[in-house]
Design a protein around this ligand. Structure first.
Ligand code: C2O
Length: 343
């Protein structure tokens, strides 16, 4: 059977997965008994998520305005900035158990739920921001770390006065080339070459079947962490580790599940992770993986709950998340320099 959405009234204590200790923060969302089944609204105009290195000053101002408004919402509003950050903690740090499965934790990472869960998470985050600034065309930026032009933290995140700034980042890496292989190398040219090799490998060469990319099956009753896909394990995790602040006790913010959503850069990073899924589905040669779809009903019918832009709790399914165009957004087209980057 598919994984069922968590019961919000049974949300409990979360665990710091980097240390194994209990967290003394509450990452449970407000409880309500009114849950609606979410229906994707008709798409009249596609939103286009821009590459974060290429956005205009007007875009940056609008984005900061939206994040600022989100931070100013009442603390108990499920759309509030910290409440949104806590979604990640709740679904990833053992605050929820799988319904009807005793004390079996619900954990959407390291499995085939990784891409769909984060896609829905960003989807509502984006809609909340859009609503706050009254601009339905607003789309999150993506951190284009797979392209040499995007292999540093997007400059707009380094403005210390901006709402999208977070002081808890590795100060040695604010303008450094990312290290997608977690090699420890600091030579920029070697890093760029190595990053492109890694992208080629995790997007193309390293995958023999759909689960190699998407992650391993995770069903009702499955123990946590059945196994991540290539992208989750590789570039995705590397960016978290790269940005997390070594001055903090436990890699906060981006370097720890419970705190990652507190850094606005998280959603920009994950917009690129989300883009990798779209690229893999629709833009890559498919000779190596004959069928890129998962037709297993335990995948398609898995579901989550989120608060939408109207603070209404909604139930969403994996099957409604498979096509970003149906969800109303696309990505700015940029080069894919890794696509032929055979080592
Ligand atoms: Cu939910 Cu990048 O992790």
């Amino acid at each position: 059977n598919p994984v069922q959405p968590p019961e919000l009234d049974k949300c409990g204590t979360a665990t710091n997965l980097n240390t194994g200790e209990q967290l003394d923060i509450n990452c449970c969302p407000p409880v309500t008994d009114r849950i609606l089944d979410y229906r994707l609204p008709p798409v009249y105009q596609l939103k286009v998520r821009p590459s974060a290195h290429r956005v205009s000053p007007e875009y940056i101002a609008k984005y900061n305005k939206a994040i600022d408004l989100m931070k100013r919402l009442p603390a108990d509003d499920p759309r509030n900035f910290m409440q949104q950050a806590m979604i990640h903690c709740a679904y990833c740090n053992g605050a929820y158990d799988q319904p009807g499965q005793g004390s079996l934790d619900l954990q959407i990472h390291n499995s085939w739920l990784f891409f769909p869960f984060h896609r829905w998470y960003l989807y509502f985050y984006e809609r909340i921001l859009a609503k706050l600034i009254g601009d339905p065309t607003f789309a999150l930026p993506f951190w284009n770390w797979d392209n040499p032009k995007g292999m540093t933290i997007p400059p707009m995140f380094n403005d210390t006065k901006a709402a999208i700034y977070d002081p808890k980042r590795n100060q040695d890496r604010l303008t450094a080339v990312v290290d997608l292989g977690m090699t420890g190398n600091t030579d920029p040219l070697q890093l760029v070459a190595n990053n492109l090799t890694i992208m080629y490998s995790e997007m193309i060469r390293g995958n023999a079947d759909v689960y190699d990319f998407m992650g391993q099956p995770y069903r009702e009753g499955t123990a946590v962490n059945p196994g991540p896909g290539s992208s989750e394990r590789g570039s995705h995790t590397a960016i978290h580790v790269f940005v997390g602040d070594p001055r903090e006790p436990s890699g906060e913010d981006l370097g720890n599940f419970y705190s990652a959503g507190r850094d606005p850069l998280f959603y920009c990073h994950h917009a690129n992770v989300d883009r990798m899924w779209t690229l893999w589905q629709y833009f890559l040669p498919s000779n190596k993986v004959p069928d890129k779809r998962i037709t297993d009903p335990d995948f398609l019918n898995a579901s989550f709950v989120f608060y939408d832009e109207n603070a209404q709790l909604v139930r969403v399914t994996v099957k409604d998340s498979l096509d970003n165009l149906r969800m109303g957004y696309d990505f700015e087209r940029v080069d894919l320099p890794w696509i032929d980057y055979r080592p």
